[in-house]
Design a protein around this ligand. Structure first.
Ligand SMILES: [Zn+2]
Length: 303
């Protein structure tokens, strides 16, 4: 049973939207690729845990605070009366361990994932001690990508290689979850820090972003609206025009959460490819008007 589903990180959503409207610089591109690869790896991992028996309990992307220290757990699974903590890595290429350090071939030292794992393990241990829980915790780094090879893996380690993931989850038998275990999982869910702030958010301004309606299929701005459809001149995809306009308003609201949504702003954001009347009708139908007359603006939520 999945207690907390994995959601696409907000930071990744921002980069996806920005990528279609500006040229990302080297740093931004690097960050974007890292976030994308990480999320893809986590989804790959989820495809295995989604098939666990019903009495297993899964919490994804858990962010906890222990002694004023934040730590993130990619996946936490309670099964067979034990708790499994997973740090998920979507590495591609050849890697090796040597003298307690971790390297990418041909010899670049990179951050040892076992050290990161040790930190979250010890913080989780303390978190559970505070809750008077004595449940056993097993920490693992799971390398999910089949194109990843790791040499000199220390024995008696906390590493799951791509070929070991399926057998790892197969070994669990069906057992009933105890009520104190249920409580513990609920306590963990309640402790999740949902208003997480992005450390170094991408920096951008409305002026620098290209205006227009992005094709949902290929991300191109070479689109045009004709009656009921949005047509892409790059990949020839056809999309319902209203749906495309709503999608474009949503992108604006996500990128500029503190700016007011007005007909004028959206007209500009769409690159003047949609008439203000049509934008007005879409806003009236799908959003919530505030203010009066020419001061009217729209919000996504009713309250
Ligand atoms: Zn397209």
């Amino acid at each position: 049973m999945i207690l907390k589903k994995r959601e696409k990180p907000q930071e990744l959503i921002l980069y996806e939207l920005l990528e279609t409207r500006k040229t990302l610089n080297t740093e931004e591109r690097k960050k974007y690729n890292k976030l994308k690869k990480g999320y893809e790896g986590e989804c790959m991992f989820d495809s295995y845990t989604n098939n666990l028996s019903n009495d297993a309990r899964v919490i994804n992307d858990l962010l906890l605070l222990q002694n004023e220290r934040l730590f993130q757990i990619d996946s936490l699974i309670l099964v067979n009366h034990q708790l499994f903590l997973f740090e998920i890595k979507n590495f591609i290429g050849e890697f090796y361990f040597e003298g307690g350090d971790f390297y990418k071939e041909p010899g670049y030292e990179i951050e040892n994932p076992l050290i990161q794992l040790k930190r979250s393990h010890s913080l989780l241990k303390r978190f559970l001690q505070d809750k008077k829980s004595t449940i056993q915790i097993h920490p693992y780094v799971a390398f999910v990508n089949p194109e990843c090879t790791i040499y000199q893996v220390p024995r008696k380690n906390s590493i799951i290689l791509p070929t070991q993931i399926i057998p790892f989850f197969k070994r669990f038998s069906k057992t009933n979850i105890k009520s104190n275990e249920k409580n513990l999982m609920n306590q963990l869910l309640t402790a999740h820090q949902s208003d997480y702030i992005i450390n170094h958010p991408p920096v951008y301004s409305l002026a620098e972003l290209k205006k227009g309606i992005v094709c949902e299929n290929c991300g191109s701005l070479e689109t045009e609206i004709s009656n009921q459809y949005l047509y892409c001149n790059n990949c020839q995809t056809k999309e319902d025009a209203t749906k495309a306009i709503v999608r474009t308003i949503e992108a604006y609201a996500t990128l500029f959460p503190t700016s007011a949504i007005t007909t004028k702003q959206i007209e500009n954001w769409c690159g003047y490819t949609v008439t203000s009347n049509r934008i007005y009708r879409v806003l009236q139908r799908y959003y919530h008007p505030r203010g009066k007359n020419r001061w009217i603006y729209y919000t996504r939520q009713q309250t």
